[in-house]
Design a protein around this ligand. Structure first.
Ligand SMILES: [Zn+2]
Length: 421
């Protein structure tokens, strides 16, 4: 099928038409000739932009949204999240992930990086949603060698299973963190990822306690410890990176790993300090933006996250010029992280992944500066249409199966959280 959308505003270029065929952008510009067999829409009043990229989340945790807020971290994990997670079935994770995908599409996210349990449920949900994702199964071996071997077996099995899904799903290795995964297991991750050329995602340097513990046990700060193992390179995604020192940032820059900042989750869990944006940008470290799970955010709307990211940097560095709107938008669309922003370019021959935004609403009037409006004023509600690989996932804010997804997720969340409370 060929789809042509006319009269859309492309930033820096003006009014254009976009033509989509075979999952790719087939034409982009003024005066495109529309083939007679094409489906044709009028996009008047809409702005054409790339999709947003959520660089770090735990999608199915939408089921725990608002379940135990305002609690100390360990008490929250021990009395709420971990007991509830222990009861999750693959089907629960499937519906929780469908709910997350629904929320992300409605707020303009077309690609995300996920770390969670029950990989087959997550992958099935992403496949059906039409989104793109980097997915992996959590590895934790605090219980010892038997747990480590189990995680390795599951990773091998899931890696095989991942081959049956479309290329929109990319399998990753997901050791949870340096304080929950042993050096031996991290070495196993390094070797398996090397053999199959897979990306790796890991939480790193989220709290001061993690840094102190690493210094005590390994004699090195977290990023240097990872590098000592050989787990710091251009296929590695580091979530958080709040408490990194200059030597660690130098090493991350040298190795080409990607940092993903999650400002709302960091503030909500009171991790202290803020992401070292200025020092990371000075070193041209690849950077992306994430929401973390909905249990610690509680939203997956990257429009909110962009605003908080920029404001937190300005506030903490006492510099209102830091992280301007255009840069926040570039980070949120994956343009500052090659590993995650593979579909950020709107150009002929590229994958047809894009959004149409309505910027004629009250909240974004007048439109003196597009990126200021997008970052400081808009919310995900401005997203009208979402397209991934040429497939229309949402038009006029309507998404197939939305009602069933909300109903199923609500029911399952109630059951799981009732049992646990
Ligand atoms: Zn996380």
């Amino acid at each position: 099928m060929i789809l042509q959308i006319d009269n859309v505003h492309l930033p820096e270029q003006g009014l254009v038409s976009i033509q989509v065929a075979d999952g790719r952008i087939h034409g982009l510009g003024a005066d495109l000739v529309c083939p007679p067999e094409a489906e044709r829409w009028d996009g008047e009043g809409m702005v054409l932009v790339p999709g947003l990229v959520n660089g770090h989340t735990h999608a199915a945790m939408t089921l725990f949204r608002g379940f135990g807020d305002d609690m100390p971290l360990m008490e929250w994990l021990q009395t709420r999240i971990w007991p509830a997670e222990a009861r999750l079935s693959e089907e629960d994770v499937y519906w929780g992930t469908r709910l997350a995908c629904l929320e992300m599409i409605r707020s303009g996210t077309l690609c995300f990086t996920d770390m969670y349990w029950h990989f087959p449920g997550v992958a099935r949900a992403v496949e059906e949603s039409g989104m793109r994702a980097l997915l992996g199964a959590v590895m934790i071996d605090v219980a010892g060698e038997e747990q480590a071997r189990h995680c390795q077996r599951m990773t091998e099995e899931y890696f095989e299973q991942a081959q049956q899904f479309s290329s929109r799903i990319q399998f990753t290795l997901t050791p949870h963190a340096i304080y929950t995964v042993s050096r031996q297991s991290l070495q196993w991750v390094r070797d398996f990822a090397e053999r199959h050329q897979l990306p790796i995602q890991i939480h790193l340097s989220e709290t001061r306690h993690e840094v102190e513990q690493c210094l005590q046990q390994q004699g090195l700060p977290p990023a240097l410890y990872l590098d000592q193992i050989g787990l710091l390179h251009e296929r590695v995604i580091l979530a958080h990176g709040v408490h990194l020192n200059d030597a660690e940032l130098d090493r991350i820059a040298l190795r080409g790993a990607t940092l993903v900042t999650n400002p709302v989750s960091n503030m909500k869990l009171a991790v202290g300090g803020s992401f070292p944006y200025r020092r990371a940008a000075q070193r041209a470290i690849p950077m992306a933006l994430g929401t973390d799970g909905a249990a610690s955010n509680n939203s997956l709307d990257l429009f909110q996250e962009m605003k908080v990211m920029s404001l937190l940097q300005k506030h903490s560095e006492q510099d209102p010029t830091l992280l301007p709107a255009e840069e926040a938008w570039a980070i949120a669309t994956g343009k500052r992280a090659p590993l995650l922003g593979q579909n950020a370019a709107l150009a002929v021959g590229e994958a047809a992944d894009f959004l149409l935004l309505r910027l004629d609403g009250v909240e974004v009037t007048p439109n003196h500066h597009l990126y200021s409006n997008l970052v400081y004023a808009a919310t995900g509600y401005c997203v009208d249409t979402a397209v991934v690989a040429g497939r229309v996932l949402m038009r006029q804010r309507q998404i197939a199966d939305a009602e069933e997804i909300v109903q199923q997720a609500r029911l399952r969340a109630q059951q799981i959280c009732q049992i646990s409370s």
